[in-house]
Write a protein that binds this ligand. Structure first.
Ligand SMILES: Cc1cc2nc3c(=O)[nH]c(=O)nc-3n(C[C@H](O)[C@H](O)[C@H](O)COP(=O)(O)O)c2cc1C
Length: 343
């Protein structure tokens, strides 16, 4: 069985060079903005600033967890972090599991805090590690590695089930997460990786005291497909392809979680591919929009390329807000600007 570092290298290769997105959509296509021919504002009135877990941000975006590790991971993280700092948005690093065991992988995480000095940085670990002997000392270590403002625990039961030797022990995990929240002196956030969070799971997490939830729904990157593409075992491959479209579409997961938890900070990620879709997510109750795959190729190139992608999203979001007459994100959210798309 391959080690964590080799697996991560393969994930990057596959995400950069193969088709890893779902064919089904995010659900945002069922909504359309009510265009206002008389918006009664000028584009320069639109204010994208927001606050998230006590931090002031220039725009409602977060760079979602992706990577770390040697060489390529280090370069990608450096470019992402520099862009986050330049644009005033937070960044979450990829899983730090390998770095717990391999000190040489730590530099690729430390570099993130070095580059992103002025914005929130979030650590990342698989929640199932809590069922595999990972305790408070290890959690403190991953948080310390990036001097994190909080810790993302990811839930990825589908991916782990397809991956050879994946960690599928989800027994009593909500309670374990609760124990961590009680003991760690930083906020704990929880995310999926592209299959969505149901209202029941959201409630379980809220009852444990999580600080925020990233629904990371279906419609974007498919980790079942990625694991299928990696696998050399025909049965495993067939299983992964069979579940490649599985999950709660991002829009649906967001709407259901928002109805269940009106006050919970929510991030919408999973298939957000332009600023109009980002605007729809914010109008439906997301506090931030998370991007992973759309930033990957740019991050392999340069910080400027990452900034370019994010600035395109910002331009599109700003124009959508102008065209519905929303001066700020509160007006976008509470203005009832969305209607159902015509059948
Ligand atoms: C190359 C790559 C690596 C990722 N690695 C992680 C990870 O280590 N931890 C995690 O929580 N999510 C990871 N994700 C999942 C993303 O954070 C996100 O939840 C998911 O890809 C959906 O967003 P997208 O459709 O914009 O890619 C990764 C995504 C990509 C594309």
């Amino acid at each position: 069985m391959k080690g964590t570092r080799e697996r991560k290298r393969e994930h990057l290769e596959i995400c950069l060079h193969e088709s890893v997105e779902m064919e089904r959509q995010t659900g945002f296509e069922h909504y359309r903005f009510l265009h206002e021919a008389l918006p009664e504002i000028a584009p320069e009135d639109v204010d994208l600033r927001t606050a998230f877990l006590g931090h002031q941000l220039a725009m409602p975006f977060i760079i979602a967890s992706m990577t770390g590790g040697a060489e390529r991971g280090l370069r990608i993280n450096r470019h992402l972090a520099a862009a986050a700092n330049k644009l005033g948005i937070p960044m979450a690093v990829g899983s730090q599991r390998a770095a717990l065991r391999h000190p040489e992988a730590r530099e690729s995480f430390a570099i993130v805090r070095e580059e992103a000095r002025d914005v929130p940085v979030y650590a990342n670990l698989g929640a199932t590690q809590l069922n595999r002997g990972c305790g408070l000392p290890e959690l403190r270590q991953v948080v310390g590695m990036v001097d994190a403002d909080g810790l993302f625990l990811h839930l990825n039961p589908l991916q782990e089930a397809i991956q050879e030797g994946g960690n599928t022990d989800y027994r009593n995990l909500a309670e374990r997460i609760g124990d961590v929240i009680g003991a760690l002196d930083r906020p704990v956030l929880v995310k999926e990786v592209g299959a969505g969070i149901s209202p029941r799971t959201a409630r379980l997490l809220a009852d444990q005291g999580v600080a925020a939830i990233d629904v990371s729904g279906a419609g974007g990157t498919s980790w079942s497909r990625i694991e299928a593409l990696r696998s050399e075992d025909p049965q495993r491959r067939a299983l992964g392809l069979g579940f490649a479209e599985w999950g709660i579409p991002t829009a649906q997961s967001l709407v259901l979680c928002r109805a269940e938890l009106p006050g919970m900070p929510l991030i919408a990620s999973g298939g957000i591919r332009d600023g109009i879709v980002a605007a729809k997510a914010l109008a439906l109750g997301a506090d931030l929009v998370g991007l992973a795959l759309p930033l990957l190729a740019a991050a392999d190139d340069s910080s400027e390329a990452v900034q370019e992608v994010l600035l395109r999203f910002a331009r599109e979001l700003r124009l959508a807000m102008f065209l519905v007459g929303a001066r700020d994100l509160k007006e976008l959210r509470w203005g009832q600007h969305l209607v159902a798309e015509l059948p």
